[in-house]
Every structure is written in structure tokens, then in C-alpha cells.
Design a protein around this ligand. Structure first.
Ligand code: MG
Ligand code: ZN
Length: 377
């Protein structure tokens, strides 16, 4: 009896409280915020850049980096379909196509069948597209966004695929795969020009001195084979990024997809050369600053920074000091550590957490607001 009357009293008090709260306070419905879509996506890949490379670079740079401007941080699992330790081809294909594949695969699946890339889809949807690298433009990372090949070393076949997708802007090395070929006499530079491209190279003029016409497609080769190391005088990466950020928004007004690769962080790791790693990383960090300055002004751009894998099994040794890194390497190849992902801008919230490398593709597409199924591939 006592219990029942007590319950009734509580119930009555709650009713009074509910009535009074309804009558005296405004009912606040939770704001349903429509997800803000990204008009542009800029994907920055530091090849071979694990957390230790980022740490070493930051400490060697007086404890400062532009990575610290990225509000969202996540982690991806970089393994390939056939090996725990991925290579750059399978790693970039995961970002470009959203599928795990075998090491050596350039935007083909485990059965060597071509699979559509986010850059190709951007073109089909009427966006502009761009690729910038500090390796050959036919090297595994950039190639996986535009070419389809069962094996990464088929550089001339990869170059052929630049004729199949109307990429709007590209800068990188490897001109010989286009114009002094071993397997045939084709001149892909002439073929690209006949398709309306402005094609140039360091043989003719410095990129920094060029005024790039945003109404025409643009390709520029920085070397015949592989570009120099930054510490041996290579300077074009910031210039290429600067040109691309003037070009792409004006080429098509519907948005763009741009991939920028700091290719040689990986090569420094393979060579177990910490100076090479850090100098390439510092240049890459500078480019992140450039991109973020631009994206902050733009307000409609998702910026994603990650790596395909770590290279070298780099460790920062106990005798290291700020601005003076003592390094040790455990391998001259890639290692299997999970890899950090940094995101800024519309759609960036989705990049927190731990996920497969293939999820980066899905999250970029979701940021654009593209439907799940996508275009026919
Ligand atoms: Mg690469
Ligand atoms: Zn590598």
C-alpha cells in the first residue's frame, strides 16, 4: 500500500514536471544537419610514410608540422589481398578503387580484370581531375588512379592509358615511356597534343615560369626517367601544386579530384637513408600547408592525407634529440604497420576510427555525395 501510493506520488510529480516543462520552455528539436558535401577532394599520399616517418620529420622540423592542422585522425590497415605486406600498386588501388588486390596490380582486381577508379568516375561525372607525383607519372601510385594493368612494371602500357581517360592536369617524371619507347614507335606526347593537351617538360621550360591555360588540358614532364631527389635540387612539387590549384577549379566548375604524391619518402626508406626520408617529408609537409591554406579559403574541399604503407621499419633511436634524429631501419622493404589518415573539410568526420585501406575510397565517394553503386565500371 505504501509502495503504491509512493509510486503514484512520483508519477504525479513527473506529470507536473512534464506539463510545466512543456508550458514554460520552448521544445527544442535536435537540429538535423544535412551532411555537407565536398565539391573537391584532394588526396595526398606520402608513399612509405608511417607514423615514425611523420614523427621523425616533425622532430627534425623543430617539432612543427602542417599535419597538426588536420582536425580528424584515423588509422587504416594497409595489407594486400595476397600478402600482409602491401606494395604501392595494391595500396594505391585500394584508395583508387576500393578493392584489395594483389601486389603489383594497377587498378585491376585479383583476377586481373580492370576496376574503375575514383579519378575515372570524377571524369565521367564531369569533374576535373589531376595527378602530381615526384616519381614517374606511370609509377605505381599515380598509375593506379588512371591505368589498368596486371603488372606495375608495364610502364609503356600504363602510359598508353593516359589516352583513354581524359585527365585534365598531370605533372611528374617518366617522359621516356611516352616518347622514346622500347616496344613501339608511338609518340604519346604527339597523340596527347592532337587530343588538345598542352604538353611540355623541363627540357623546354621551367614549370614555375609557365602560365597554364585552364581551358586546355595540361601535362608536364619533370624528367625523362625518375625525378631527382629533393636534396639534389628537385623543386617542382610546390610549383605543380600551385598550378593545379589555379587550374582545376577553373577548368570545370563542377569540382575536381586531385591526387598528390610525395613518392620518394618511400625511396629514402628503401635506401635506409634518413636524410632522404626527412627531406622528402619536409617538402611534402610544405605542400600540405599550401593545400590547407587553399582549402580553408575554398570551404568546399575535403583534404585527406595518408600513406600506402610504411617503408624501412624506421625507428627513432634513444640518442635522438629534437632537430637531430638518430635513425635505425629494420628492413629495406615495406612493413605491415597500420597507417595514420588525416582529414580536413566536408566529409572529414568519417575518417576517424580504424578501418581497411579500401574504406578511404568509400569515404571520399561519400563526401562527394556519390551514390553507393556508382557508375557502371
Ligand atoms: Mg609511389
Ligand atoms: Zn616502396
Amino acid at each position: 500500500m505504501h509502495n503504491i501510493s509512493h509510486s503514484l506520488r512520483i508519477g504525479f510529480l513527473m506529470l507536473i514536471w512534464l506539463l510545466s516543462s512543456c508550458s514554460t520552455t520552448q521544445i527544442v528539436t535536435p537540429k538535423i544537419v544535412a551532411p555537407v558535401k565536398a565539391k573537391n577532394v584532394i588526396l595526398l599520399i606520402g608513399d612509405g610514410m608511417g607514423l615514425t616517418q611523420i614523427s621523425a620529420g616533425t622532430y627534425a622540423n623543430s617539432n612543427r608540422s602542417n599535419f597538426e592542422r588536420m582536425p580528424v585522425v584515423g588509422i587504416h590497415k594497409p595489407y594486400a589481398s595476397n600478402k600482409l605486406i602491401t606494395d604501392s600498386a595494391a595500396g594505391a588501388t585500394a584508395f583508387a578503387c576500393g578493392q584489395k588486390t594483389y601486389n603489383g596490380a594497377i587498378a585491376v582486381d585479383r583476377d586481373t580484370m580492370p576496376i574503375g577508379t575514383i579519378l575515372e568516375e570524377a571524369e565521367l561525372r564531369g569533374l576535373s581531375s589531376g595527378l602530381i607525383s615526384t616519381s614517374s607519372i606511370t609509377h605505381a601510385t599515380p598509375a593506379s588512379f588512371i591505368a589498368h594493368n596486371k603488372y606495375r612494371k608495364n610502364m609503356e602500357e600504363i602510359a598508353d592509358d593516359f589516352l583513354d581517360t581524359e585527365i585534365d592536369f598531370f605533372v611528374g617524371g617518366g617522359r621516356k615511356h611516352f616518347d622514346s619507347r622500347e616496344n613501339d614507335d608511338r609518340d604519346l606526347l604527339a597523340e596527347l597534343r592532337s587530343k588538345g593537351y598542352v604538353m611540355s617538360s623541363y627540357f623546354e621550360e621551367e614549370l614555375v615560369d609557365m602560365s597554364v591555360d585552364s581551358s586546355k588540358n595540361f601535362g608536364y614532364f619533370t624528367s625523362s626517367e625518375e625525378p631527382l631527389r629533393q636534396m639534389d635540387g628537385r623543386t617542382y612539387l610546390p610549383d605543380a601544386v600551385d598550378k593545379s590549384l589555379n587550374f582545376l577549379p577553373n577548368h570545370d566548375t563542377g569540382g575536381f579530384f586531385l591526387m598528390i604524391e610525395g613518392s620518394q619518402i618511400d625511396w629514402g626508406g628503401h635506401a635506409n637513408n634518413i636524410d632522404w626520408v626527412i627531406s622528402e617529408w619536409k617538402e611534402f609537409d610544405g605542400v600540405i600547408g599550401q593545400v590547407l591554406d587553399w582549402a580553408e579559403q575554398d570551404g568546399e574541399t575535403l583534404v585527406v592525407i595518408t600513406a600506402d604503407h610504411e617503408t624501412g621499419g624506421l625507428a627513432i633511436q634513444p640518442d635522438s634529440k629534437m632537430d637531430s634524429i638518430s635513425a635505425a631501419f629494420t628492413s629495406d622493404y615495406h612493413t605491415g604497420a597500420m597507417i595514420p589518415v588525416f582529414a580536413y573539410g566536408p566529409g572529414s568526420e568519417a575518417f576517424g576510427g580504424i578501418y581497411e585501406n579500401t574504406a578511404i575510397y568509400d569515404k571520399m565517394r561519400e563526401a562527394y555525395g556519390w551514390n553507393k553503386i556508382g557508375l557502371p565500371k
